[in-house]
Design a protein around this ligand. Sequence first.
Ligand code: IMP
Length: 242
Amino acid sequence: MSSGPTPLRLFCATSNPGKAREFALAAGEGIVIQPLPDFGAIPPCVEDGATFAENALIKARHYGAHAAGLLFADDSGLEVEALGGAPGVYSARFSGPGATDASNNRLLLEKLRGVEDRRARFVCAIAVVDNGQPAGVFSGSVEGVILDEPLGAGGFGYDPLFYYAPFGCTFGEVEGERKFAVSHRGQALRAMLRALLPKPDSDPLPSGRPGLGRRLQLAGRLPVAEKTQNDNEPQMNADKST
Ligand code: IMP
């Protein structure tokens, strides 16, 4: 006997445990997010895009070739106003080969020593492919300021340096759920899910796969759904993240 609608199943292509933990927060009733099996055995791709959206799409296409159905990949990073948007798409490797979160944070603090303008934003683009075919790109961003010393042991990457005024603390000091509710990654992921999940009044296709019709509407164009901080319905814009 059938036990309700088929859940939306998505493979997630990431090797970053911090990201994987956050993506898992989006799973729930009707949504199954699972790591791509054998992710580590697939040779990595060259992330040579000029924007987060381009890199997300490069990764999604690359790993999507190894997965049936829906797969998403993200590219994200920190843009610092006083550094002209750096480290941007180079956030993970800011301090060079062998970079770690600690070495990246040290370099960021060095570069901002004595700098008054500490404004920064996290940006995330998520690309989704359906059986290897690009189906959409969704993005989000969140504004903060860079402190002059790390605070908090939570999160990952630049979180302990990223002070988020509405919370009155850094992203390194908050629970994962709280960060995800406002973060660049949370915004982009929720935008993707809104586009993929069936609308309450939509007819399931004869295949019985709810939402497939909606997915097929997405296929054939490569929108970048630019998200605002309040999670409004996405507009289809060019990527402004870099
Ligand atoms: P990617 O894996 O190429 O997308 O690189 C992402 C990098 O950007 C991470 O390694 C972090 O350095 C930084 N980053 C992205 N999102 C976050 C976040 O939510 N918190 C802290 N750092 C982040």
